[in-house]
Design a protein around this ligand. Structure first.
Ligand code: NDP
Ligand code: X2W
Length: 328
């Protein structure tokens, strides 16, 4: 199957190329970048030298030739590609935020008008796999909502309040340098940002509701001096107290058979480069602390997008996603 990656020069696009190299059914035949048109992909992604001869191109949306396309471009850019691709029979996973929320919520939170909105399945397979099967278009979740929702999901129907506290690596901000990501501003520090107003909060609320929860939901992210990974501590305040054994049994049952969820002590280094989400829980009665670790560029972006492609196309769900993590 020929695969196009739109936005292939970015961090998420680079990860799509890397991971798809080991996919038995998919081959990257189109890698787009406006700024790097005509340059070898390995100029931007030198770690892939020897693995690909691809050259960046810059086709119009209606001229992209492929069986499947990933959109790894910023929100507001993705919405220009979806319909032209679908109209030509190309299946699509969008990694941006453009189709994750109802239109009015999206427009309010992102402060833009959506020019091509329609409802799309939300591709967090461990929660909503059925909607992804046989879909022609899937919206890939945000990185924070992925780790947060997976941490709290088994307890969602029993929760009165869910407070997510996340630590994220700097690659979450993409490869465009800024004052926020400038080395001296990140190194040796832990910086909370958007304490009560991060744009991913709406997605977190949406996913708790999908799980049958009426819990109030709060979220504060922190930038930490690591390249990759999101560690989320979910404080789940329960309606009724629950003991440790009961909580552990609930998580084991909820995630039974889920290849990408491992119930073990979460460490960013133990999931790095992989599509795993590691989760552990501890109960103190009416509060359960659930901690998850993901790689923001893999389970939080490119890996989950490939997982969705696999489900959409009927491939093994872990095809192209079996390379072990790279601790330390
Ligand atoms: N980084 C992360 O951890 C995560 C990212 N995402 C989402 O994935 C998408 C990509 O993120 P990331 O890789 O970090 O971003 P980067 O900034 O690293 O890369 C963006 C890519 O999109 C291209 N691009 C930018 N603007 C446009 C445009 N208007 N039209 C077409 N192409 C464009 C860029 O190349 P060029 O300018 O040369 O065309 C580049 O290839 C974003 O929507 C992001 O929110 C989702 C989850 C996690
Ligand atoms: C460190 C950092 O800046 N992280 C980004 C993560 C957002 C992201 O990746 O965007 P998606 O909505 O596509 O998931 C942020 O907090 O905005």
């Amino acid at each position: 199957m020929d695969v196009a990656i739109v936005g292939a020069s970015g961090y998420a696009g680079g990860e799509l190329i890397r991971l798809l190299m080991t996919h038995p059914e998919a081959e990257v035949t189109v890698a787009t970048s406006r700024a790097l048109e005509g340059r070898p992909v390995t100029d931007q992604h030198p770690h892939l030298r020897g693995y690909t001869d691809c050259v960046f191109t810059n086709p119009a949306a209606g001229d992209i030739e492929a069986d499947f396309a990933f959109l790894a471009v910023p929100h507001t850019a993705a919405m220009n590609y979806v319909s032209p691709l679908l109209e030509r029979g190309i299946r699509v996973v969008d990694l941006s935020a453009d189709y994750r929320l109802p239109r009015d919520v999206y427009e309010r939170i992102y402060g833009v008008s959506h020019t091509d909105w329609f409802e799309a399945p939300y591709g967090l397979p461990e929660i909503s796999r059925e909607g992804v099967k046989n879909a022609r278009f899937v919206s890939n979740p945000g990185c924070f909502p992925t780790g947060a929702t997976l941490a709290a999901a088994p307890l969602a129907p029993h929760a009165a309040h869910v407070i997510y506290d996340s630590k994220t690596g700097v690659s979450g901000a993409g490869d465009n340098p800024s004052a926020t990501t400038h080395y001296p501003n990140v190194a040796d520090g832990i910086n909370p940002y958007k304490w009560t107003s991060h744009r991913h909060l709406a997605e977190m609320k949406q996913e708790l509701a999908r799980l049958g929860s009426t819990a109030a939901c709060y979220f504060t992210p922190h930038l930490v001096p690591v390249n990759r990974g999101i560690l989320t501590t979910a404080h789940i305040l329960l309606d009724e107290p629950m003991g440790q054994e009961e909580v552990e049994a609930l998580y084991r049952e909820f995630y039974r058979g889920e290849y990408f969820v491992r119930l073990q002590r979460p460490m960013l280094s133990a999931v790095r480069g992989s599509n795993f989400c590691d989760i552990a829980v501890e109960s103190e009665g009416s509060r359960v602390v659930a901690v998850s670790a993901i790689d923001n560029l893999v389970k939080g972006a490119a890996g989950q997008a490939i997982q969705n492609m696999n489900i959409m196309c009927g491939y093994a769900e872990n095809a192209g996603l079996t390379v072990p993590p790279c601790l330390p």
